[in-house]
Design a binder for this molecule. Structure first.
Ligand code: NAD
Length: 487
């Protein structure tokens, strides 16, 4: 069956909104957005360049005091209203989210509720932000801290899930009392401006959330802007490095939520069928384009055959194709460039003699015009190979075998990344030992709950620093001021 056209009627006329002002001519120019499932354009996008970034930051700077000085309960209620509005508009937002990156509707439909959960969680923090009384003995006096917002936060987000990325940024940043200028990727320019409009509808003062889709130049301008007080970057490790360098001249503090190469460690005592199902999602969830996807399967030699067979059998049955089809679980990757890059990595790996257990090609037939890469499993990969060391960001799972716990840990820790790790074992002592030994921001044992709003999530090593989620995520957007009064 041919792939259905996306819901392009939902798109607004191309414009870049800076507060109430709609710009159609900008220093960032225009690009065509292309629907990943058909390879055909959906419409034009007006992009921010340095001039519009400057205007956005000025607007946010001017608007910020209104939000900073709003009462805690007003902020809380506003965030709760924003969550309600997202849920009320779930149908349209999820269609847009699907159109933006070719996300299967089945998955896109879950996003509004998950985004609302993030906002509700942080709404609950608004009236709990305060400070501490500091012991001063033996000096007599009163010393206390005030937890203050930074001011204007520059948020840069990737394309791979705008609804969640917006909620994960706006929830804690707004709860803490900041204004936010968000720069979404030019590949995913539709959902984020809607959220900014809903924020105004919910009662966030105009200008406190400004969304300016743009490319790398806009991102650089936002990071380097002297009126940005904190940068919160989510994206690849390579860009994170550039962001850190660009923030150096102004010494702007930066949080970096970067790439990952998470491992699934399956020990011989694990529930093998369950582990295989979870491991398979490393290649399937978001077409392998999730930062925390477990894309490296590390299996104990005693269960290797069973795990691999089960993964392959399940992958053969995965509904793959048209994102608009209700059954589809695995859709396209985001762009032609991404598709070619993934196939290039696979071609190099084949030349090195890896064993391709399934997939490895671009899908043909009705899917030939879109950016569809077959679900792929590769075995006999060298620990230092590109496939194992680099983030592929496509539906590709590698398989490696280990004989001992030490070897499993060494393989799991053997990349420059450290975002997440999935551990499958029913041995309690081993669980604790291995969880401690893994160089990873998160360890999920025998399954993962998705991104809990209350749990800190972030990387170690070159997966970055800074956390989203929980109180640690809130702290990213607050800084303590110390006040001393002598007795
Ligand atoms: P990317 O690094 O190419 O781009 C991320 C954002 O940075 C985009 O908005 C882009 O326009 C902007 N940008 C590009 N060059 C810039 C520059 N020089 N200065 C400032 N901004 C610049 O990443 P992507 O392809 O959009 O997203 C995929 C990556 O994001 C993957 O590596 C993935 O693992 C990572 N990611 C991490 C998390 C996390 O929480 N750790 C979450 C989602 C995605």
């Amino acid at each position: 069956m041919p792939v259905a056209e996306p819901a392009a009627h939902l798109l607004d006329k191309p414009a870049l909104w800076i507060g109430p002002e709609a710009l159609t001519e900008t220093s960032g120019g225009r690009i065509a957005h292309v629907y990943a499932a058909t390879g055909r354009p959906t419409g034009e996008v007006v992009l921010a360049g340095p001039a519009e970034i400057d205007a956005a930051v000025s607007l946010a700077r001017a608007a910020w005091p209104q939000w900073r000085d709003a009462t805690a309960d007003a902020r809380r209620d506003t965030l709760l209203r924003l969550a309600d509005l997202i849920v009320a508009q779930a149908a349209e937002l999820s269609q847009l989210q699907s159109l933006e990156i070719g996300l299967p509707v089945q998955l896109a439909r879950q996003m509004p509720a998950l985004a609302a959960d993030q906002l509700r969680y942080y709404a609950g923090w608004c009236d709990k932000v305060g400070g501490d009384v500091v012991p001063t003995w033996p000096i007599r006096g009163l010393d206390y801290t005030l937890d203050e917002p930074y001011g204007v936060v520059g948020g840069i987000i990737p394309w791979n899930g705008t609804l969640m990325a917006m909620a994960q940024l706006l929830g804690p940043a707004l709860a803490a009392g900041n204004a936010v200028v968000v720069k979404p990727s030019e590949l995913a320019p539709f959902v984020a401006p809607r959220i900014a409009r809903l924020a105004v509808q919910a009662g966030v003062p105009e200008g406190v959330v400004v969304v300016v889709p743009g490319g790398a130049e806009a991102g650089r301008a936002l990071v380097a802007h002297p009126e940005v007080d904190k940068v919160h970057f989510t994206g690849s490790t390579a860009t994170g490095r550039a962001v850190l360098a660009a923030a150096a001249p102004t010494l702007t503090p930066v949080a970096l939520e970067l790439g990952g190469k998470s491992a699934h460690l399956v020990f011989g005592d694990a529930d093998v069928r369950f582990a295989a199902r979870i491991a398979m999602s490393g290649a399937v969830a978001l077409a392998g384009q999730g930062c925390a996807n477990g894309t490296r399967l590390l299996v104990h030699e005693s269960v290797r055959e069973q795990i691999v067979e089960t993964v392959l059998a399940r992958l053969r049955r995965v509904p793959f194709g048209d994102p608009a089809n209700e059954r589809t679980v695995l859709g396209p990757v985001v762009s032609e460039a991404s598709c070619r890059r993934i196939l290039g990595v696979l071609a190099r790996a084949r030349a090195e003699g890896v064993t391709l257990l399934t997939g490895g090609d671009r899908a043909g037939g009705d899917l030939a015009d879109g950016f569809f890469v077959e679900p792929t499993v590769v075995a006999d990969v060298a620990p230092d190979s590109e496939l194992v060391q680099e983030e592929i960001f496509g539906p590709v799972l590698t398989v490696q075998t280990f004989g001992s716990e030490e070897e499993a840990i060494a393989l799991a820790n053997g990349t420059r990344y450290g975002l997440g790790a999935y551990l499958h074992t029913n041995d309690l002592r081993r669980t604790h030992r291995v969880a401690r030994a893994l160089a990873s921001g998160s360890v999920w044992v025998n399954g993962a709950p998705g991104l809990l709003p209350s749990a800190p999530f972030g990387g170690v090593k070159q997966s970055g620093f800074g956390r989203i989620g929980g109180v640690a995520g809130l702290r990213e957007f607050l800084r303590p001021k110390n006040v001393w009064i002598p007795a």
